[in-house]
Design a protein around this ligand. Structure first.
Ligand SMILES: Cc1cc2nc3c(=O)[nH]c(=O)nc-3n(C[C@H](O)[C@H](O)[C@H](O)COP(=O)(O)O)c2cc1C
Length: 221
C-alpha cells in the first residue's frame, strides 16, 4: 500500500502512461529502452512490450527483474534507442538489473508475470524499492518533450513503414514539426543535432524496404 502511494506521488497512474527508461538483465546481457508503464488496481505496474525488440526477447526468455529509471533527460531517451553503448550504468540495490546513473528516481521491480497478446506481451511488475533523488525543480522546456515525442514517432514509423506507408509518411512529417520546435526553443547544439538525426534516420528508414524491428505503439497515435 505504501509503495502504491509512493508510485502515485511519483506520477504513476492507472489512466496515463508514464514514460520511463526500462533496464533489464538476462544473464550477462543488459539492455535499456524507453517504455510506457501503467498501474493496475493491485498496485502492480505493467507494460506492453512489442515483438521484435530486445526488451521483448529478454523478458520472454526469462529476465527476472528490471529497473524503471525515471528521467526527463531527452539525451538519455535518445541514447536508449540509438546509442545504447553510451548509457552509464550503476548497480541497483535490490535487483540484478542495473540502474542508469543520474536519473531522478528509480523503481526496482521483480517481473512476476508475462502474458502473450499476439504482437506484444504484457509484463507485470512488483515494485520492490523506490528511490528518489533530491533535486531542485526545473522549469519546463519545450525541447526535451519535443525530442521524446519525435523518438516515439520514429519507433512507430519503423513499425508502419512496410504495412501503412501513408501513416509512416505522416509520422515523418510530425518528426519534422518536432524538430522545428526544438530549433525554435533552444540554441543547444546537441539537442538540435539530435532532433535533426531523428529526422534523418526516419528518412533513411523510409528508403529501406524491410526492417526486423516491430514496435508499434497504437496507444500513442
Ligand atoms: C517515450 C517512448 C516510449 C515507448 N514505449 C514503448 C512501449 O510501451 N512498448 C514498446 O514495446 N515500445 C515502446 N517504445 C519503443 C521502444 O523503446 C524502441 O522500439 C526501442 O528501440 C526498443 O529497444 P530494444 O530493441 O533494445 O528493446 C517507446 C519509445 C519511446 C521513445
Amino acid at each position: 500500500m505504501v509503495i502504491y502511494m509512493n508510485l502515485e506521488k511519483l506520477g504513476f497512474s492507472r489512466s496515463t502512461y508514464s514514460e520511463v527508461i526500462l533496464t533489464v538483465r538476462l544473464e550477462e546481457m543488459i539492455n535499456a529502452a524507453p517504455m510506457g508503464v501503467l498501474l493496475n488496481d493491485e498496485g502492480k505496474i505493467y507494460l506492453r512490450v512489442y515483438k521484435g525488440q530486445r526488451t521483448h526477447d529478454m523478458i520472454v526468455n526469462g529476465a527476472e527483474d528490471c529497473v524503471l529509471n525515471i528521467t526527463s533527460d531527452p539525451i538519455l531517451f535518445y541514447n536508449a534507442i540509438f546509442e545504447k553503448e553510451k548509457i552509464p550504468y550503476c548497480p541497483a540495490e535490490r535487483v540484478s538489473s542495473p540502474r542508469i546513473r543520474d536519473c531522478d528516481a528509480y523503481v526496482e521491480c521483480s517481473i512476476i508475470n508475462v502474458t502473450g497478446h499476439g504482437e506484444y506481451v504484457k509484463a507485470f511488475l512488483k515494485p520492490l524499492l523506490i528511490n528518489v533523488a533530491e533535486r531542485a525543480v526545473s522549469a519546463y522546456h519545450r525541447a526535451g518533450p519535443a525530442i521524446i515525442e519525435a523518438l516515439i514517432c520514429y519507433t512507430r514509423l519503423l513499425y508502419f513503414k512496410d504495412a501503412d506507408r501513408e501513416k509512416a509518411e505522416s509520422l515523418k512529417k510530425m518528426i519534422g514539426i518536432f524538430r522545428d520546435i526544438v530549433y525554435h526553443s533552444t540554441e543547444n547544439n546537441r539537442l538540435r543535432e539530435i532532433a535533426t538525426k531523428i529526422l534523418e534516420r526516419s528518412e533513411e528508414a523510409l528508403l529501406t524496404k524491410k526492417t526486423t524491428s516491430t514496435c508499434g505503439l497504437p496507444k500513442k497515435s
